[in-house]
Design a protein around this ligand. Sequence first.
Ligand code: HEC
Length: 152
Amino acid sequence: MKNFEILSGIVGLMLLLIVSIFILGFINNIETKSNVISCGTYAPYIPMEPSMKVGEALFKANCATCHNKNMKADMTGPALGGALKRFNNDTLAYADFIRGSQAYIKKGHDKRVMQLFEDFNRSVMQDFPNLKDEDIKAIIAYTENMYRYGYY
Ligand code: HEC
């Protein structure tokens, strides 16, 4: 009987230990997660993805002649930093514009872009009909991360 009591005491203590390790682990996990969110350095505007390398190559080959690579200053074309937001985060509208900016402007539904064309002395941006949705998403991922963090 005495042995049994000792044994169940030991088992009880071990159970308590295991449960507290779980609880501590859980609390620690919550803290770590909230730290990441509140400090913000690990939460890029567009999530990090391998496509940014693709985006960088596409940007340099097609856009860098007119759009500043620091994404902050205007050149022949406006700074691209924050451009997705100016298209109300609508990647399809953005892609439409890239593939045919003049056609997009002439539709007349986007007054802001019509004004932008005037502000840039009616400089015509060339069309990129060959860029696919994934290409344009990669360009956006690259340009927005460069704008926000100066790297990707
Ligand atoms: C020949 C010069 C030229 C090239 C090359 C060019 N752009 Fe442009 N881009 C412009 C000009 C000029 C404007 C603004 C006037 C207009 O709409 O034509 C503009 C406007 C834009 C806008 C709208 C910005 C805003 O604030 O709303 C986006 C987005 C954009 N370009 C992306 C790109 C991307 C991406 C590429 C490469 C795939 C590219 N451009 C290549 C000249 C160029």
